[in-house]
Design a binder for this molecule. Structure first.
Ligand code: AMP
Length: 249
């Protein structure tokens, strides 16, 4: 079974994000970038399924600037067999991501697509759901367990009220939640091996997709600074403040 995983290059989650002085977005120049953490979980899941013998080939796909090749190499160092970069320097919003991935799915015909549940830069949490809708495939977002058996994926989803179990007929799309697994560290020998794995680069127009943004960012601002806290003398004073000042009880 062929599995397609998507990997987005984002600002490293341990870097403090700075807003550009003109308010047009966040600063990405000279900032450390990394694979989106939920995409790491998606890759790890595909690799574990390959190690278990359910998956035969893993294709990692990234959309973005040429530097996304590094992200794809990381995915290949983790265990993906090859990479596809849809290269563009334009902003690619979730609907365009979904349309591009739909075209890649048409070329590759995977039985399973695993994506991150959300990208930690735009926090959209939309691309997976949109892709499944465009493909008209069964989907399960926020999965914390995936098992393949009898042409189906049995998944556990993390939902507000607890856990939901679903059986999806393949081909299907799932998005990875935090508890699905703990991604492995890449080792130096695997980084070296990954350099030799195939990486195909294509432009969005080859896939026949218009990626023009549908949403316009008007302004990006820092969140308001938090004021200093106060120490209360006892529980009585705390309750009085919560009632009188904060008005939360
Ligand atoms: P989002 O809808 O932006 O929160 O992204 C959800 C998931 O879609 C991410 O975790 C990725 O797996 C995938 N994705 C979104 N944008 C891209 C991109 N530019 N390249 C590759 N995968 C992406």
């Amino acid at each position: 079974m062929k599995c397609l995983v998507t990997v987005k290059r984002v600002i490293d989650p341990y870097v403090k994000v700075r807003v550009k002085s003109d308010g047009s977005g966040v600063e990405t120049a000279n900032v450390k970038m990394a694979m989106n953490p939920f995409c790491e979980i998606a890759v790890e899941q595909a690799v574990r399924m390959k190690e278990a013998g359910t998956v035969t080939e893993i294709v990692a796909v990234s959309i973005g600037a040429a530097q996304c090749q590094e992200t794809l190499r990381t995915a290949m160092a983790m265990g993906a067999d090859r990479g596809i970069l849809v290269e563009t320097n334009e902003e690619v919003q979730p609907l365009a991501v979904a349309k591009l991935l739909k075209a890649v799915v048409a070329k590759e015909s995977p039985q399973l697509v695993i994506m991150g549940k959300q990208a930690i830069d735009d926090d959209s949490n939309q691309s997976g759901q949109m892709l499944a809708a465009l493909l008209d495939w069964p989907q399960a977002a926020f999965t914390s367990k995936i098992e393949i058996a009898d042409g189906s994926a049995r998944v556990v989803r993390e939902i507000d009220g607890g856990l939901e179990k679903l059986t999806l007929k393949l081909p299907a799309l799932v998005t990875a939640d935090l508890r699905l697994n703990e991604p492995r560290y890449v080792t130096l020998p695997n980084i070296m091996k990954a350099k030799k794995k195939p990486l195909e680069v294509m432009k969005p127009d080859v896939l026949g997709v218009d990626i023009a943004p549908r949403l316009k960012t008007l302004k990006v601002e820092e969140p308001p600074k938090r004021g200093a806290g106060v120490k209360v003398g006892d529980v009585k004073e705390l309750v009085a403040k919560l009632k009188g000042e904060a008005k939360v009880i």
